[in-house]
Design a protein around this ligand. Sequence first.
Ligand code: DON
Length: 566
Amino acid sequence: MKRFPGRALLAAMLLLLGLPAGAASLPDVPGHAVASAHPLATRAGLKVLERGGNAFDAAVAVTAALAVVEPYGSGLGGGGFYLLHRAGDGKDFFVDARETAPGAATGDMYLDRDGKPVPSLSRDGPLAAGIPGTPAALEHITQLFGRNSLAENLAPAVRLATEGFPVDAKLAARIAASAHRFSEAAEAVFLPDGGLPVAGDRLVQNDLGGTLMTIAEHGSEGFYRGELAERLQGGVFRDGGIWSLADLARYRVKEREPVRIDYRGYRITTAPLPSAGGITLAQIFGMLDALKWPSGDDTAARHELVEAMRRAYRDRAVYLGDSDFVDVPVGRLMSQEYANTLAAGIGRMATPSETMEIAGLQENRAKGENTTHFSIIDDDGNRVAATLSINTWFGSGYMPAETGVILNNEMDDFATAPLVPNAYGLVHTEANAVQPHKRPLSSMTPTFVDGPRGVFITGTPGGSRIITMVLLSVLAHTNGLNVEQAVAAPRFHHQFLPDRISFEPEALTAEQRTKLRARGHELEPSSRRFGNMQAIHWDTRRNRLEAASDPRGIGDAKVVRPRSSP
Ligand code: DON
């Protein structure tokens, strides 16, 4: 297992060599922090940190714990993205554990005989599931970045699965809303006595505990090969899916270069393809710079932001997909020159999306609050921002027998047919078409911000709205808001199509609504609040550590200060 020198040691080494200390010039972190969407997952992360693990070990523990206590949001049957910062050498890493399309996948697998899309095929049941990436990430991160063994990191989750934990109101509600989609094995787990669990009931997941123990003992091989793989693949195949054992055996996480954005003295480090997040954020920040945003009053500022969102989401639809399979003009899309051109088209009035080239698009509504994000920093300054998913609530609803693993329905994030909206109303073109082994385009955007206010770690679930929520949180941070304010701030969103601003009621005053309508915007107040952000701020000027869990969710953000500190 690799070990890396701590920051103090590195600073001393650099000093001896007469080199600038760089990252080592930061103060010592005043403690450690974990913010996640569930108190039991936060507790699992803290326990690992307190017993000598680092932030990367804690990330593995939190991932596994969330798979048990928030089974509707993420899990071993899904995937996600981990953004890591290693304090020892100041390097950032992006671990892409996104699901892949099975080898037998085809561009028309979600169409009926007449060529019409059948949305249920890419959303419900085993045909909707990509090959999971999370089990591979658990091993990869532990082995390359952690200090603990995989078994140590998975231990809290094994306990939660086998000893059980009290069902919370959110879990009870989501089981009730999804029960009609559950396969037999999923029903047996989540409706243990044939009825819906209520808050306070104890939920035991013995099969999931067994799967976690298999991974703890045999590493990711225990999941992707052998008996467990046969159970997973056998179930999928029997019930109408197209996985092969070879698909499972060939799954690998990919380490990718994170996207870097410089914005007014802040360095934003964020998600590259197959997430749309980094490129879309870069385009929006580029347009804001070109506009010298904000150039007018509050309404003008919101109008400009919305117009920048609209343009970036249009390009998301047209150009973005898995760059291992399609050519994406990343350099041009992220260039300031191109942002200037886009910004030049932003005027006083809204630009109707239908007038922007890309014809024949259908409309749909963005919906769904799911997936999960967590943020961690340890005493050495190692950091993690991770967003993980099985896509919509309880993913495909399908659990292969004797695995305890709910499979994702991430295949719906592909263009199941050109220009047909997915579960979030997003449209795509050829760049994001289904191809064997390709990764579907994502919006998940785990992000670090480094700058004059120190370090900010952010991210959230929320489907297509993830990118604009992360954007608003970064702007809140650069505008001086504290982490609680940044996480709680009311949200608004535009995604090119449907052509309207969706917003939380508190996000726009009556006057702002009137003024935005006068500029040609259609407004749609959201009946549900959106997102579940988990963020950390290490203020290096005052050397304070703060963390916040979204008040919209039931998560928990905890900062633990060193014993010696006041
Ligand atoms: O990867 C994506 O963009 C989606 N599968 C994320 C889904 C999500 O955040 C669900 N929550 N609303």
